[in-house]
Design a protein around this ligand. Structure first.
Ligand SMILES: NC(=O)C1=CN([C@@H]2O[C@H](COP(=O)(O)OP(=O)(O)OC[C@H]3O[C@@H](n4cnc5c(N)ncnc54)[C@H](OP(=O)(O)O)[C@@H]3O)[C@@H](O)[C@H]2O)C=CC1
Ligand SMILES: CC(C)(CO)C(=O)C(=O)O
Length: 303
């Protein structure tokens, strides 16, 4: 059974190249005929690992193709997920499964709404990859991917493909707790790095702000029924800040690169969920206002 990977961006290319290298059948779904022509001209995806680059000739079709899909890895940004899934939903074969690789929360529900009755699995990844050219991805940070299905704790048989492909992963029956925890980490770190224009490690100079946000994020997680994800959050945030001290957060990098951020699926989702549960989260709301104003001042979308 073939994998279809929608979105040959950083993570999509990283997954497709490793699956292909292990002999697992995989195809790319590209945005349109123009992107398909560009890919065909290059002829392969390049995966850069350390100082080694390897080429992977992976078949590709455009979104307009109509061949059936049995297993789909949705590897676009959170804000593109709903639109992308609408465009391929009619191609999903009976029993097809969809793996959602988006960071944050909210996009998963948008996809589920559009795929009633289908099995959708959620993933949360700490792997790091970026594109340093068209059809070329750099595997920048070894990490781990947790995969789970809030509606069904049965592990899918295709995890064996990931094992063969050496994609480090764990089946996670409580994937929502993982996604909430990662969202909380991202909310405590990423917006402040954007507003202060700093690396993660420089947040040590804004300890009171970070700790204040952690306290509210714990209230949020508990209020949203995610008490486990709230445990020792503050200590974990400082652990991540120290472990990634020299790095710029993904949101910082998006803003610096003039790219749209996933703010609606991170801090935006947190504030909306807090309101829905009647929680008082003044620091998170103030941070959201400052961040949105800043994005606007840089000519970037506020959603
Ligand atoms: N990169 C990383 O290290 C990590 C990323 N993540 C998360 O993974 C998700 C994906 O991120 P990332 O891989 O970095 O994103 P990228 O922007 O690198 O890749 C997204 C890809 O999706 C494609 N795409 C968007 N809409 C469509 C569509 N309708 N049809 C076909 N292709 C489409 C884009 O196409 P085009 O190139 O034509 O614009 C692009 O190639 C995000 O939620 C991110 O937060 C999580 C952990 C780490
Ligand atoms: C490293 C970390 C946890 C910082 O929030 C991250 O995931 C990001 O930059 O998006």
């Amino acid at each position: 059974m073939s994998w279809h990977v929608l979105g040959a961006g950083s993570l999509g290319s990283l997954w497709a190249a490793r699956l292909s290298r292990a002999g697992v059948p995989v195809q790319l779904i590209l945005r349109d005929e123009r992107r398909l022509a560009s890919y065909r001209q290059t002829g392969a995806l390049t995966l850069v690992e350390g100082d080694h680059a390897s080429q992977h000739v992976i078949p590709a079709r455009s979104l307009a193709d109509d061949t059936p899909i049995e297993r789909l890895l949705l590897a676009c940004k959170a804000y593109d997920a709903a639109d992308a899934i609408e465009r391929v939903a009619h191609r999903l074969a009976p029993g097809a499964e969809v793996i959602l690789l988006q960071n944050g929360l909210g996009s998963q529900d948008e996809v589920l709404e559009r795929l009633p009755g289908r099995r959708c699995l959620f993933a949360s990844s700490t792997e790091g990859a970026f594109r340093d050219g068209d059809w070329r991805v750099v595997f920048a940070g070894q990490g781990h991917t947790w995969i789970g299905d809030p509606a069904d704790i049965t592990a899918p048989s295709w995890l064996i493909d990931l094992q063969r492909s050496r994609i480090a992963h764990t089946w996670s029956p409580d994937i929502l707790a993982r996604l909430w925890r990662k969202l909380a980490l991202n909310c405590a770190i990423n917006p402040l790095t954007v507003l202060h224009g700093c690396r993660n490690g420089e947040l040590a100079g804004y300890r009171e702000d970070v700790d204040g946000l952690c306290a509210e994020l714990e209230v949020l997680l508990r209020g949203c029924g995610q008490a486990e994800a709230a445990e020792h959050l503050q200590a974990d945030v400082w652990r991540v800040i120290e472990a990634t001290a020299a790095n710029y957060s993904s949101m910082y990098q998006d803003v610096a690169g003039g790219r749209r951020t996933e703010v609606s699926y991170l801090l935006g989702y947190a504030c909306t969920a807090g309101d829905r549960h009647g929680l008082s989260l003044p620091r998170l709301h103030a941070l959201q206002q400052r961040l949105l104003a800043y994005l606007h001042s840089r000519g970037l979308p506020r959603h």
